[in-house]
Design a protein around this ligand. Structure first.
Ligand code: PLP
Length: 379
């Protein structure tokens, strides 16, 4: 029986393998293993991609988020104890960045259709201590709307985008006819290049994007031991730099961002057009295909039998995943001591969601075949 793997990272790198080997050799031969031209070049390419003035390579996505928040505290634009609104349906890294920085996360519920932050829940959650918000473009979908922007403007909130899953997505922009790209919407944004992300390194890597030169400089300093110049430590910093070998890998793959995201959209479209099962709710494909870069294709099983559904799919060779089975506020490290409003949608989603294969290695024909199998399943 044909097996439909959830994700095969080796296959995903197949189209780039010669370029990746050449780039790796270039770094090995260069003798430059921290910083240097590979990192500078990649940062410039990334800034251009995200249409911002500054991109700072760091060690991973969690560090990118944490360094933004720490820098905002260093610059006294935030202070320890300030509340930051974060959607409850997210990967735990979003919340860890806040608590690691001494901020107080305030988790709010998500919209049942987009599964992203619900602007009405944000409006209800605002208190005088709320100084910042972290929209998470979860599953690759830009979490941005007129309503959200109105709240941000009227409360003068700092906006830190968790753009780990959505590089290349476009957000509708109120007041402009145009769209703007994620990573350029707020004061700063964090990207992850974890190997499973839309642009994956061959190890851990991440970056910050921002238009704010002072914030950029502070993040760069904090990430390099707090030193602006060598052995002159103005801040109590960290070691969180992007390795040149990863920068070289990422430069190869970033050049193909639009194609990689278009391939994901084609697979999502195959699911959209072929899945037809009354117990399955599909994610909205949307009028503008650029609004989502389909990091995950997440369906909902609405008869309360998601786990049985998943098992039957596996028996037919379809491997799936769940993003995420336990939301951060229910994890042992946070349960009972994290602030949140009512979270009925997040709690329901955790029991209903199922991620289908959509990464490199899954073809459009595979997606259509998986969809036809889905149509036969009724636990
Ligand atoms: C992957 C991810 C992160 C963290 O990125 P790492 O590179 O794994 O540290 C943060 N937020 C979200 C939503 C993610 O998916």
């Amino acid at each position: 029986m044909k097996q439909y793997n959830f994700l095969n990272l080796r296959n995903g790198n197949d189209p780039f393998i010669d370029s990746l080997k050449q780039a790796a050799c270039r770094v090995i031969e260069s003798g430059r293993y921290i910083g240097g031209p590979e990192v500078d070049t990649f940062e410039q390419k990334l800034a251009a991609t995200c249409r911002v003035n500054h991109a700072i390579g760091v060690s991973n996505g969690l560090d990118a988020l944490t360094l933004i928040l720490r820098a905002l505290i260093t610059l006294r634009r935030l202070k320890p104890g300030d509340q930051i609104i974060i959607p409850a349906n997210t990967y735990i890294a979003s919340v860890l960045a806040a608590t690691h920085s001494g901020l107080t996360p305030l988790l709010v519920d998500v919209d049942p259709v987009t599964m992203n932050i619900d602007p009405q829940a944000v409006a209800r959650a605002i208190t005088p201590s709320v100084r910042a918000i972290m929209p998470v473009h979860l599953y690759g979908r830009a979490a941005w709307s007129h309503e959200l922007l109105d709240i941000i403007r009227s409360h003068r909130l700092l906006v830190i985008e968790d753009n780990a899953q959505a590089i290349g997505a476009h957000a509708p922009c109120p007041g402009l006819n145009d769209t703007r790209i994620t990573g350029s919407l707020g004061h700063a944004a964090a990207i992850s290049f974890y190997p499973t992300k839309n642009i994956g390194a061959l190890g851990d890597a991440g970056a910050v994007t921002t238009n704010d030169p002072i914030l950029a400089k502070t993040i760069r300093t904090l990430a390099n031991y707090g030193a602006e110049t060598r052995y002159h430590n103005t801040l109590q910093g960290f070691n969180s730099r992007l390795d040149p070998i990863q920068a070289a890998m990422l430069s190869v793959k970033l050049a193909h961002l639009d194609t990689l995201n278009a391939d994901r959209f084609a697979r999502a479209l195959a699911y959209e057009n072929t899945i037809d099962n009354p117990i399955v709710t599909k994610p909205p494909i949307g009028a503008n295909p650029l609004h989502c870069v389909w990091h995950q294709y997440v369906i909902r099983i609405n008869n309360g039998k998601r786990d049985q559904f998943r098992r039957l799919l596996l028996e037919k060779g379809v491997h799936t995943d769940i993003h995420y089975p336990v939301p951060p506020h229910m994890q042992p490290c946070y349960a009972g001591h994290i602030d949140h409003g009512p979270l009925p949608v997040t709690t329901l989603l955790a029991d209903q969601i199922l991620s289908l294969p959509i990464g490199q290695g899954t073809t459009v024909a595979d997606a259509a075949a998986i969809a036809r199998i889905i149509n036969t399943i009724n636990p």
